[in-house]
Design a protein around this ligand. Structure first.
Ligand SMILES: [Ca+2]
Length: 395
């Protein structure tokens, strides 16, 4: 079930599922799930709308083992505007750090081809150009479809009241005090009718003055549509992680192994203070920041850690890396054939990368390059955006 659906149903007081129910359904779904789900991609090893939840207490700081930079071919031509050449090569994807999240393990060898990548997340100004040229209407600007909701909830769940099926999106609204139960994301994620990319906090807000902030409240479909219009595409998970590492293989962060705010110089727009109610904004921003505010990584890419989550092309599967374990180097993988999130076994899920301004090392810690996050493709929220890539020439 997407978090969009979840919060709609919470609002209706129709959900009494609870954690236990989820666990039971997860195990049932896992039992039914076909084994040995394949992968898309050339030479792959043979063998609803919400990036909101998925947090939990976690803290680790461990210097990774530095490995050789996977040097690839130099840029084949002048860079398209706003893009940088990512040389491609072989690298270690994921991590064996036991303090990473389970879906990041085990580390395994992957090879990607060279490609162009947007230097920054797509901004409000860029997205506005797309909408002006095409008249595109985002998912959040359209009412949720009842049949889509019902396809993502357990059989027998009562349908929501049609009056609640109005356009809207998920907005982070900090609670006034520390929540008793940090597992209940509904305490800080609110379904707000009228929230969309032009109105990030709801109908009375605007993006005026935020033209160079990353666009938010975009679904996977919106991101893919923008990329297609721009003659680009969304990155695969492998491409995204290779690019995020910036040639610093085996390092925990996109900038290396130093603390994110070492020396008072913040490397990324993430959360300081006690999540989710005490936002100290020591990095200068409580919400999104203009792109290029923080230093670029080794490939010249900005905000590959934090600011906003970024949609990837791939389906998300929590078990993907475990199926890859012990195999050969995987060539240019394009992800699993279908999505699977054990916490939402009824929902199709795509992958997001990079963490956001809400990521805190004690709670989410997903601003590391190996971190992954599932989200239903129809979900949009105030901390998810994207960037595009473009294939290099065939050689
Ligand atoms: Ca980002």
């Amino acid at each position: 079930m997407s978090h969009r659906v979840y919060l709609i149903l919470v609002a209706l007081a129709l959900i009494g599922l609870g954690v236990l129910g989820y666990v039971v359904r997860y195990h049932k779904a896992a039992e039914k799930r076909p084994q040995g789900a394949g992968e898309q991609g050339s030479g792959a090893q043979s063998s609803g709308r919400g990036a909101v939840g998925r947090e939990g207490s976690r803290r680790s700081k461990r210097a990774g083992v530095r490995e050789g930079n996977a040097a690839g071919p130099s840029a084949p031509q002048a860079a398209p505007p706003g893009m940088v050449w990512i040389p491609g090569g072989e690298f270690t994807m994921g991590t064996d750090d036991e303090l990473g999240w389970p879906d990041e393990r085990p580390a395994h060898r992957v090879r990607v081809r060279g490609f162009w990548m947007d230097q920054t997340e797509v901004t409000n100004a860029q997205f506005a150009e797309f909408v002006a040229a095409t008249g595109y209407q985002t998912t959040a600007e359209q009412p949720p479809k009842l049949e889509e909701i019902m396809s993502q909830v357990p059989p027998g769940t009562p349908p929501p009241d049609p009056s609640l099926l109005v356009p809207g999106s998920l907005v982070f609204v900090p609670p006034p005090a520390a929540p008793q139960n940090t597992e209940d994301v509904a305490q800080w994620w609110q379904w707000i009718p009228g929230a969309d990319w032009r109105h990030p906090e709801g109908p009375n807000s605007s993006i005026e003055g935020r033209e160079h902030h990353p666009v938010v409240h975009v679904s996977w479909y919106d991101a893919a549509a923008y990329c297609e219009w721009a003659g680009k595409r969304l990155p695969t998970e492998a491409e995204w992680e290779f690019a995020a590492r910036g040639g610093r293989e085996g390092q925990p962060y996109t900038w290396g192994d130093a603390e994110p705010g070492a020396g008072g110089r913040w490397q990324a727009n993430i959360w300081q203070g006690e999540f989710p109610w005490q936002n100290e904004a020591l990095d200068g921003y409580a919400g999104t920041a203009p792109v290029k505010t923080y230093p670029p990584n080794g490939f010249g890419l900005y905000d590959m850690a934090g600011n906003v989550w970024e949609w990837c092309q791939d389906w998300y599967d929590a078990e993907l890396y475990r199926r890859r374990a012990g195999g050969k180097v995987i060539d240019n993988p394009r992800g699993p054939l279908r999505g699977f999130d054990p916490q939402n076994p009824f929902a199709p899920v795509r992958c997001q990368r990079g963490g956001s301004f809400l990521c805190h090392d004690s709670y989410c810690w997903r601003y590391r390059p190996s971190a992954r996050h599932p989200c239903t493709p129809d979900t949009s929220s105030s901390h998810v955006g994207f960037r595009c890539v473009r294939d290099g020439p065939r050689r």
